[in-house]
Design a protein around this ligand. Structure first.
Ligand SMILES: Cc1cc2nc3c(=O)[nH]c(=O)nc-3n(C[C@H](O)[C@H](O)[C@H](O)COP(=O)(O)O)c2cc1C
Length: 225
């Protein structure tokens, strides 16, 4: 078996624990696993920025799954190679690998973020259609009552989109349309993206809040004048 693969065939970053390995040390026991999935909606930068931000949290181990349409958008929207993006994750799983560790509820994770989340993947999650590793892991995340955040991106929305969002919300998932906030006066698209990703990570409650807090109108005037 190649040195950069674990027993399931998932690609692992050098120095990362094998996915099958149970937490043996205190450090491993306090480690949390987070799944990041990138699907074929516009906004591949959200998935990449999430990986960058999660990568700064020492106790977090990231699992990445990208759909074929997700890779199309990565290639179209970003000046980054697939290898660049995969290198940001600790473990990279194949889209069709429904036998991967994260496909089972017995593999403990602290949650999953799908960003961006296409309407196709949203529909599959809303109807429990575990037809690939992203939708299977989302299904598992819901059944285990763990945090599932879908950065659902489409506009405008039809009734099917809205109904699917309602279904996922009823099942305990969080619909997080990546709608920018202007009140913090972001100075660039990168800043807007970073602010939104920090908000998504804060919803996982795995670290101190990372998003820039709103301090109230009066405070913001003092800061901005
Ligand atoms: C350039 C491009 C942009 C797209 N943007 C969106 C989008 O913003 N939202 C969406 O739901 N689908 C979008 N799509 C369509 C999805 O990629 C398509 O429905 C695909 O089947 C989704 O598959 P997936 O959910 O497995 O990634 C886009 C496709 C392309 C090629």
């Amino acid at each position: 078996m190649p040195a950069d693969r674990d027993q399931s065939g998932a690609r692992i970053k050098p120095g990362t624990h094998d996915t099958e390995e149970p937490p043996a040390t205190r450090a491993a026991a306090s480690r949390v696993d987070i799944v990041v999935a990138i699907t074929g909606a516009s906004g591949a930068a959200f998935g990449v920025t999430l990986l960058e931000q999660l990568g700064r949290l020492d106790h977090v181990r990231t699992h990445l799954v990208v759909s074929p349409a997700g890779w199309m958008n990565v290639d179209h929207e970003l000046d980054k190679s697939r290898a660049d993006i995969e290198s940001l994750a600790d473990i990279v799983h194949g889209f069709r690998d429904v036998g991967a560790s994260i496909a089972s509820g017995s593999f403990q994770t602290a949650g999953m973020i799908v960003a961006p989340c296409s309407m196709r993947t949203l529909a599959a999650v809303a109807t429990g259609l575990s037809d690939n590793l992203i939708t299977r892991t989302a299904d598992v995340t819901l059944k285990e009552r763990r945090r599932l955040i879908l950065a659902a991106r489409e506009t405008p929305l039809n009734l099917a989109h809205l109904r699917n969002m309602t279904s996922v919300t009823e099942m305990g998932g969080i619909i997080f349309p990546p709608v920018p906030a202007f009140y913090n006066k972001p100075d660039s698209i990168d800043q807007m993206t970073a602010d939104l990703c920090a908000r998504m990570i804060d919803l996982l409650q795995i670290a101190e809040p990372g998003a820039r807090p709103w301090l109230g109108l009066r405070a913001s005037k003092v800061i901005n004048t």
